[in-house]
Design a binder for this molecule. Structure first.
Ligand SMILES: [Zn+2]
Length: 417
């Protein structure tokens, strides 16, 4: 059994313990989290002393595309989303499977180095799957579903089922479905995906209400998306539903029993009501949101209601790092009215709840997986631990998933499981 000890321990965002310690059992579960002095006979354990740092629950990236990691800085944004998509498609043309695999591998490494212990990763056709399956990070793999032609929806679902049947899930791996967006997935396929997710008991998520172009496309069938889909020969007799994005999802039954909604940048108050009623989760990607020059995200309005808001980085094709710690610092700098405890909650407990894993990860309570990040900050005399965690120079120095050390910047750990 092992002990991590440090000046601060946050069992959860509201529960700060000074001179804290976490006892981790041989199965990678937390046996104790509290004051170090309350551990009897600590000398019988192997101890890692982390000094003035803060031990916090590992961060949860509720939306990313690790396979796009190698597209960092290779796409120019002028705020036109469909131009960005055209560049994305063009850059990926000719990528061999090995390029995707390396991209995923680098994405996992940089996630772990920034204290992220769980990723909800979008994977296309299970490409680079072995890289993901053998990695030590905890992952919810969401299979990306794209097909705008309702006539072949069934084949797309069958392709997913074949992959799903072949994969063995384990403690570090769960599977989800990810119909990509209303401009790449037919309403028939959305309904089929929802049905399959309920039959299999897996999570379902989608990009929604991301751009004003999407709102126009669903309302009137015009604008940049209409042009893009015509160019890609994907429109074939399609008629717009004449609904706003969230109303569209409601209308096709996608919100029933809840789901995970990525972005939700452009919504009316009535649509926010629909999200609340359905108990769906929203994932906010703050720095990707800024990259695309979107209008202010309505997340304060979402927060005022009983809506769970998790954080995602999206991919490095629209962000600078895959760090949820960086996303939280960004929120701290840009939304001064949000309490730091709430920001930390978005990067931990809310992500766990969105992925329906909040009874196992997101906090450091006995019986939970030892998914831990250790954050060091230069000025240990800060007035409170949150200022330290969100200070510009803070960084992750150690990451543990299920009790296994996956990153140890300073070589502090004299052991590994
Ligand atoms: Zn995305």
């Amino acid at each position: 059994m092992n002990i991590l000890k440090s000046k601060y321990l946050l069992r959860d965002p509201d529960n700060v313990i000074e001179d804290g310690a976490v006892v981790i059992d041989d199965d990678g579960l937390i046996e104790f989290a509290g004051e170090f002095k309350d551990i009897s006979a600590p000398e019988s354990y192997r101890i890692i002393d982390l000094g003035d740092s803060a031990i916090v629950p590992g961060f949860i990236n509720a939306h990313t595309h690790l396979e796009l990691t190698h597209l960092h800085k290779s796409i120019k944004s002028n705020g036109n989303f469909t131009d960005w998509i055209r560049q994305l498609v063009d850059r990926k043309k000719g990528w061999a499977e090995s390029e995707y695999a390396l991209s995923v591998r680098d994405g996992i490494t940089s996630s772990l180095r920034s204290g992220t212990t769980t990723v909800a990763d979008i994977t296309r056709n299970g490409i680079a799957l072995s890289e993901l399956l053998t990695s030590k990070i905890r992952k919810s793999l969401f299979f990306e579903i794209i097909n705008f032609d309702p006539a072949s929806a069934k084949e797309t679902i069958n392709d997913f089922k074949k992959i799903y049947t072949a994969i063995k899930t384990d403690e570090l791996l769960s599977i989800g479905l990810f119909p990509h967006a209303p401009y790449t997935v037919s309403d028939k396929l959305y309904r089929d995906c929802k049905e399959v997710s309920e039959d299999l008991g897996v999570e379902i998520a989608t990009h929604i209400a991301e751009t004003k172009d999407e709102v126009e496309f669903l309302a009137r069938g015009t604008g940049h998306f209409a042009t893009l889909l015509k160019d890609f020969k994907m429109l074939k007799g399609w008629k717009p539903p004449e609904l706003s994005p969230i109303n569209y999802l409601k209308n096709i039954g996608f919100l029933e029993n809840g789901c995970i909604l990525i972005h939700c940048n452009y919504m009316t108050e009535e649509e926010i009501d629909l999200i609340e009623e359905s108990k769906s989760n929203v994932v906010f990607c703050p720095r990707s949101h800024e990259y695309f020059l979107h209008e202010d995200h309505p997340f304060s309005s979402l927060k005022d209601r009983d809506i769970n808001i998790a954080l995602g980085t999206d991919s490095l094709a629209s962000n600078d790092t895959l760090s949820i710690l960086d996303e939280m610092k960004f929120i701290r700098n840009h939304y001064q009215d949000i309490k730091p405890q709430n920001i930390l909650c978005m990067g931990t407990i809310a992500g766990a709840a969105a992925l329906k894993m909040d009874d196992r990860i997101g906090r450091l309570d006995p019986g939970y997986y030892a998914d831990i990040a250790v954050i060091e900050f230069m000025n240990s005399e800060v007035s409170n631990v949150y200022d330290g965690i969100f200070s510009q120079d803070s960084e992750c120095i150690l990451t543990m998933v299920s009790g296994e050390i996956c990153y140890d910047k300073n070589g502090l750990a004299p052991f590994s499981n």
